[in-house]
Write a protein that binds this ligand. Structure first.
Ligand SMILES: Cc1ncc(COP(=O)(O)O)c(C=O)c1O
Length: 460
């Protein structure tokens, strides 16, 4: 692996070209200047990445919930190289190739219940898009063509394509692109920290039934939920939530889509997030860590029941993407899963998540730390103005706290994590699954002084 640090003029050139030509996603491009450079990450190894200047960072976000097996695995590069030599590319439209077959079979052997049919995509948004279309088409094939709406949760993120965006529940991501694809309805999420104490734990599941009844069960095709909701800051479900949702879905012939673009592949200590909470979805959507993001790949995994109408006679699911099931992506995914099994990464997460969480909990004495929540290696700290009353920061304060201070300061001190205010302000952590005590201590040593300083700044 090359460890050569580029010269200052090369880095300056990259900066200038990035500012001029690269359109970074979800980024305020106007915010970069000579004084505020674009972070250019040029190398990765294990739990760490290095910027173009050679500075080391702990990747506390695994890229973006992506590099679960850690950076710099030559084994994955070798799997890709071997595949390029054998078969560089072929589509899975009316053809198959060995790696796609092997990977689909492997995934089917790992999923809970009868989730045995794997429809590959190029990423997470496409997996969600595919699941929403499949749900509609499934009902139509069974003579229930009116069932076309889907129910998702407020503040949840399910992707940005117009269909997936209709499930995404983040208002300012939606409003600039309206009208969206029709059919998206939203219900409250499981932000338990902000619920009144006397509230029934499965209140939010019952809200799904209310919404189905309000829309008319004959018009609802699917409910789409993440096992732990990312946007808003790692909202975990209360006990019994998913069991109740499953009951409701069965009662009204509505499919349950478990959006596991983040929560699969060990993030919660299991191959699939639904296993952690003991529920059986009809469809799982996955991407990111399926290949540990060494190459782009997503998958929609459907149950035998849902796939069945498309498997007979002249029926087909009239939907696809050129790059889906790419042989190189499939080869890398297979090698990635081998690493997971050999190193028991899920077992490691289950063994160490308490320690990781304990480190974050130890920060509760800092006045700005309101809540610590999450599961596995997917945790968040919610930041508040007042720990007692749980009063949150207003928009301007949040802007000052997150973009004005925390994001830059944490990065400056060598920790990559996510300061986010799609709901109330939170910092999120999602480190590679290989992380251990040493990395938790490093995180702590950055977080404690930075959060203490942030608390003092917000008091003034
Ligand atoms: C739960 C969930 N669904 C869908 C997506 C969209 O995935 P992608 O960015 O690969 O299109 C994401 C992305 O983070 C996600 O977290």
């Amino acid at each position: 692996m090359s460890t050569v640090i580029p010269s200052k003029s090369t880095v300056d050139n990259l900066q200038e070209q990035a500012r001029r030509h690269l359109w970074m996603h979800f980024s305020r491009m106007g915010g970069y200047s000579d004084e505020h450079e674009i972070p250019i990450i040029s190398r990765g190894e294990g739990a760490y990445v290095y910027d173009a200047h050679g500075k080391k960072y702990l990747d506390g976000l695994s890229g973006l919930f992506c590099v679960n097996a850690g950076h710099g695995r030559t084994e994955l590069a070798e799997a890709a190289a071997r595949q390029y030599e054998e078969l560089d590319f072929f589509v899975i439209w009316s053809y198959a190739h060995p790696r796609a077959i092997e990977l689909a079979t492997k995934i089917a052997s790992m999923t809970p219940g009868d989730l045995n049919r794997v429809f590959f995509t190029s990423g997470g948004g496409e997996a969600v898009e595919s699941a929403l279309k499949l749900a509609r088409n499934y009902h139509r094939m069974r003579g229930n063509g009116q069932k076309a709406k889907h129910i998702a949760r407020e503040v949840a993120y399910h992707g940005t394509t117009l269909g997936a965006l209709s499930a995404t529940g983040v208002t300012n991501l939606r409003s600039q692109f309206e009208p969206l694809a029709p059919g998206g309805c939203h219900v409250p999420n499981t932000n338990i920290y902000r619920w009144p104490e006397e509230r029934e734990p499965i209140w939010a599941a019952d809200a799904i039934e209310e919404r189905i009844l309000f829309e008319g069960p004959e018009t609802v095709s699917a409910v789409i939920l993440e096992p732990v909701q990312n946007a808003g800051g790692c909202f975990v479900p209360p006990d019994g939530y998913f069991q109740r949702v499953r009951e409701i879905c069965d009662k009204y012939d509505v499919l349950l889509i478990s959006d596991e673009v983040i929560c699969a592949w060990g993030r919660l200590g299991h191959y699939f997030g639904c296993e952690r909470f003991g529920y059986q979805p009809d469809i799982i959507t996955s991407a990111k860590a399926l290949t540990s993001s060494y190459v782009p790949m997503g998958a929609m995994i459907a149950s035998d029941k849902v796939a069945e109408p498309f498997m007979e006679g002249e029926a087909s699911f009239a939907h696809g993407f050129t790059f889906a099931g790419h042989p190189v992506a499939a080869a890398v995914a297979l090698a990635n899963i081998e690493i997971f099994e050999r190193e028991d990464l899920c077992g490691h997460v289950l063994e160490k998540e308490g320690e990781f969480r304990g480190m974050l909990e130890s920060l509760r004495d800092i006045p700005i730390v309101g809540d610590v929540r999450g599961a596995g290696y997917f945790q968040a700290i919610e930041l508040v103005k007042d720990q007692e009353t749980k009063q949150s920061f207003n928009k301007e304060e949040s802007e000052k706290l997150l973009r004005g201070f925390l994001s830059g300061e944490l990065y400056e001190r060598g920790l990559i994590c996510r300061a986010d205010d799609r709901g109330d302000p939170v910092i999120q952590f999602s480190p590679p699954l290989i992380c251990d005590t040493e990395q938790f201590e490093e995180m702590h040593d950055v977080l404690r002084p930075v959060l203490t300083e942030a608390a003092a700044m917000m008091r003034n």
